[in-house]
Unconditional design. Structure first.
Length: 575
């Protein structure tokens, strides 16, 4: 069964079971600052497990593109991918754990056995077994599987307990479904809520050094099945690279370098999705991950013994996913890649000069010193790890891979801990042009509300020196006339040279004055409020220009769908 057919059958099956189909969310998590990307299908529904009334339905199903970099060193093998599609069905507000598990397991088995035609002889399931951690065995799931005639195996916390996404959130025991020995589906029963351990909670029942696990009175179901891996297993293939569309895409590369070719295609696919989410390369957080993916792909392409058709590969890969998701124009993706490629090539020259000078000044360096040097080149010049290690090894120096990994983990920890402050307001940096775009972003939101109605609220944003992007709730494509009117309003407010003023005030007072707040954002009791004349009033952390006359000419570049019920506008200022 090919991927397209499998995706369709999954959604139809659960819709027939009464689940409401929901479109995929942005790759930038809107309600979880603890992770850089959407890494699971349940992420957009995370709040529903603790507050079921927030959900549009007690049962939802979706297919969600995700980005995961935790196993990025394994990419290039038969099964690991940086970006993949996650099939999922979800339930919220369940009261009876056994009934919830019985429904979930029975539905999953019906889909596997009846819809996909996989016999029990090819299947076994795993369930959670307490391995001294303190949470009871999942005897309920075991009983249900055995009654269905499916073989059951048991595993501890590392294998059969999931979550939460981030440091805190819903989590619970899992039951995993294996076909021909390959894990294809994970059913998570969110029976607990993990809280970060504090001095007050340490040592009490249900608390470990990793956190406190509190039983939920309203439980939930979260399932996930990797579409690509499931399709490969159903087709009897050991590798996702043997099925469509991957089998065709690797033809763009070098058959004599299969692992490198797989990594190139994998990274390009992830790059397409990340750029389509409005992210540009940078030095921190998710922007840095995009930069690393591009540079690794560029480096590997240069190692191929054949020429690589960047334009053709991006065109065909984007076209394939454009039928299912909001994918940006091919030219935009290529511009991002080639701009980063040019910068990377300059960095390589600088890095080589630095390396030569360092080695001249450091005679007989230790392995630790060489490893620090390798990481510095990786971190500061954007050298792919493999290139740094390979080059230093060719010069007869030894890099300690374990120490390098520890340096990298520490770097990740520092980056993530600073994410909330670094990206406050959706700004990539605080350059002069970025600040101008940020101020124009306020004007754009006010103009949208003037033309489309006061129900329009901001749902997300990303602001850089290159352009600004705003996501907002609206249920249809904007007309050319509406876009022209919005653009003219913004330019008129720029021409009026309105003052941009800042005040601190209680949040309730600001909201009573009509100040706009980003949907889903969290604010303190005292907030920062920026006004632009009598036209715009928003809760915002800044920074901004002093007067709108400093901005230049405003132009809307593109209007498109971001997700279900959410539109996206990209715009730019010209001096």
């Amino acid at each position: 069964m090919e991927i397209i057919e499998l995706r369709r059958r999954f959604l139809e099956f659960f819709e027939q079971k009464g689940y409401q189909k929901v479109g995929p969310s942005s790759l930038i998590p809107q309600n979880d600052a603890s992770v850089l990307f959407t890494t699971a299908g349940m992420q957009q529904f995370k709040d529903f497990y603790s507050s079921p009334d927030l959900s549009p339905s007690p049962k939802l199903t979706t297919v969600q593109p995700v980005i995961r970099t935790s196993d990025i060193s394994e990419v290039g093998d038969d099964t690991h991918l940086t970006s993949f599609e996650m099939l999922g069905n979800f339930r919220f507000g369940e009261k009876d754990s056994f009934e919830m598990k019985k429904i979930a397991i029975t539905e999953a088995w019906e889909f596997i056995n009846n819809t996909l035609g996989v016999p029990a002889s090819r299947v076994y399931a795993t369930v959670f077994k307490d391995d001294g951690w303190g949470v009871s065995d999942d005897e309920e799931s075991e009983k249900i599987w055995r009654e269905l005639g499916v073989e059951v195996k048991k595993a501890g916390k590392e294998d059969n307990f999931w979550g939460p996404t981030g440091e805190e959130g819903p989590c619970g025991p899992t039951t995993e479904i294996y076909i021909d020995g390959v894990e294809v589906w994970n059913l998570v029963f969110n029976q607990y809520y993990k809280k970060v351990t504090t001095a007050e909670t340490a040592g009490i029942a249900g608390s470990t050094e990793a956190g406190e696990y509190v039983a939920l009175t309203q439980q939930g179901l979260d399932t996930g099945s990797g579409l690509e891996r499931l399709a490969a297993t159903l087709q009897g293939k050991k590798s996702v690279w043997e099925i469509e569309p991957f089998a065709t895409w690797v033809h763009y590369t070098d058959p004599t370098m299969p692992r490198q070719s797989r990594i190139i295609i994998d990274h390009l696919r992830a790059i397409i999705f990340i750029v389509s989410a409005g992210i540009l390369p940078g030095n921190k957080g998710r922007e840095y991950i995009l930069r690393r993916l591009i540079r690794k792909a560029v480096f590997l392409v240069d190692q191929l013994s054949v020429s690589f058709a960047w334009d053709d590969a991006i065109k065909h890969m984007s076209a394939y996913y454009r039928d299912f998701y909001q994918i940006c124009d091919d030219e935009e993706t290529l511009d991002v890649i080639f701009n980063e490629k040019a910068q990377f090539e300059k960095n390589i020259i600088k890095a080589k000069h630095y390396l030569e000078k360092w080695l001249q000044q450091n005679v007989s360096p230790s392995s630790e010193e060489i490893t620090k040097l390798a990481f510095y080149m990786y971190e500061s010049f954007g050298f792919p790890k493999e290139l740094v290690i390979e080059h230093l090894s060719s010069l007869s120096y030894t890099v300690d891979n374990e120490y390098f990994s520890n340096l990298f983990l520490e770097h990740q920890k520092i980056s993530r801990s600073g994410m909330e402050g670094q990206f406050k307001g959706g700004l990539v940096d605080h350059s002069e042009q970025t600040i101008k775009h940020h101020t124009a972003h306020h004007l754009l939101l006010a103009a949208l509300r003037q033309v489309l109605g006061k129900n329009v609220v901001q749902k997300g944003s990303n602001v850089s020196s290159e352009r600004l992007r705003i996501d907002f709730n609206f249920d249809r494509k904007l007309t050319e006339e509406e876009l022209k009117e919005i653009e003219e309003i913004v330019n008129q407010k720029i021409k009026e040279d309105l003052p941009v003023e800042h005040k601190e005030m209680p949040k309730e007072e600001a909201l009573s004055l009509g100040a706009q707040a980003e949907f889903g954002a969290k604010y303190g009791d005292v907030v920062s409020v920026y006004s632009i004349g009598d036209f715009s009033l928003e809760l915002c952390g800044g920074p901004h220009v002093d007067r709108t006359g400093q901005l230049g000419r405003f132009e809307i570049l593109k209007e498109e769908a971001s997700s279900q019920g959410v539109r996206r506008i990209k715009a730019k200022l010209y001096n």
